[in-house]
Design a protein around this ligand. Structure first.
Ligand code: 6PG
Length: 239
C-alpha cells in the first residue's frame, strides 16, 4: 500500500513554494542516483504558480540539461492552442530553463488521438527503460478527475496500456492521458489542489469509500512510491 500524506498550506503561493522544493529535492536525488530526472507535469491552471516559482527562484538548483519532461495528459489541440497543457508549461517554465528540446516529450494533441497515444506510449517506454517516472505532478478537478481520467471512463481501470486516447462525454472532446498502469509505478506523486471549489471533492476522495469510477483520483495508489497532497487552506476546509 502506498504512503499518502496531506500537507495543508496557507495559500497558492505556499503550495507552489512547497511543490518547487519537492521538485528540486526529487531532481537532485534522481541526478545523484541515476544521472537524470524523469518528471511528468500536470495540466490545468494550478501548476502555473509552481512553474513560475521554479523558473524564477530555483533556476540554479536544478541540473536542467539532465531533466526529461513528460505530461500526465493533454487536450487534443495543437501545441499553440490556448487549451494546450504543453503551451502552458512552455510559457511558464520551459522557456526559462535549459532543458534540451529532445528531452521535452510533448503529447501530440494535434495528431489523430489513438495514433498520438500509441506514439507517446512507445516514447515513454523507450525513454524510461527500466526506470519509473521519478516524479508525477497531478491536479484534481471538482469532479475528482485527475490527469484526464474522468468519472465513468474505462481509462480509470486501464492496467496494460500506459497512454490512451478517449472521448470524454462531459467535455464533448477527446483527451490523451497516462493511465494508472504507468502513473502508479512512479517513485513519487504530488497532487496540487487549491481553491474553495475543491473542498467537497478533496474530502470525498480522502474520506469516502473507494470508488474510482466516481472518484478517479482515488485510483492513484503508487505500487511502492509515495503520494503527497499539497493543498491550500481554501481546499482543505472539510479535511
Ligand atoms: C487538465 C489537467 C487536469 C487538471 C485538473 C485540475 O488537463 O486539465 O491535467 O487533470 O489537473 O482539471 O485543474 P486546475 O488545476 O485548473 O484546477
Amino acid at each position: 500500500m502506498s504512503k499518502s500524506r496531506i500537507v495543508v498550506l496557507p495559500d497558492v503561493a505556499a503550495v507552489a513554494e512547497a511543490a518547487a522544493h519537492q521538485f528540486v529535492t526529487a531532481a537532485q536525488k534522481a541526478m545523484a542516483a541515476r544521472g537524470r530526472f524523469l518528471v511528468a507535469l500536470s495540466g490545468g491552471s494550478t501548476p502555473r504558480a509552481l512553474h513560475t516559482r521554479l523558473a524564477q527562484s530555483y533556476h540554479e538548483q536544478v541540473e536542467w540539461p539532465a531533466v526529461h519532461v513528460f505530461w500526465g495528459d493533454e487536450r487534443c489541440v495543437p501545441p499553440d492552442h490556448p487549451d494546450s497543457n504543453y503551451r502552458m508549461a512552455q510559457m511558464t517554465l520551459l522557456a526559462y530553463v535549459p532543458i534540451p528540446a529532445g528531452q521535452v516529450y510533448r503529447l501530440r494533441g494535434e495528431d489523430d488521438p489513438p495514433t498520438a497515444a500509441l506514439d507517446y506510449e512507445q516514447t515513454l517506454r523507450q525513454t524510461l527503460g527500466a526506470d519509473p517516472l521519478d516524479l508525477v505532478f497531478l491536479g484534481m478537478g471538482a469532479d475528482m478527475h485527475t490527469a484526464s481520467l474522468f468519472p465513468g471512463t474505462a481509462a480509470i481501470h486501464e492496467q496494460e496500456r500506459w497512454v490512451v486516447a478517449h472521448h470524454v462525454p462531459k467535455l464533448q472532446s477527446h483527451r490523451l492521458t497516462l493511465t494508472p498502469a504507468v502513473l502508479n509505478l512512479a517513485r513519487q506523486i504530488i497532487f496540487l489542489v487549491v481553491g474553495a471549489d475543491k473542498v467537497g471533492p478533496l474530502a470525498a476522495v480522502h474520506q469516502s469509500e473507494y470508488n474510482p469510477d466516481e472518484r478517479p483520483a482515488q485510483v492513484i495508489q503508487p505500487v511502492s512510491g509515495e503520494v503527497l497532497w499539497l493543498v491550500d487552506r481554501a481546499a482543505a476546509g472539510m479535511l
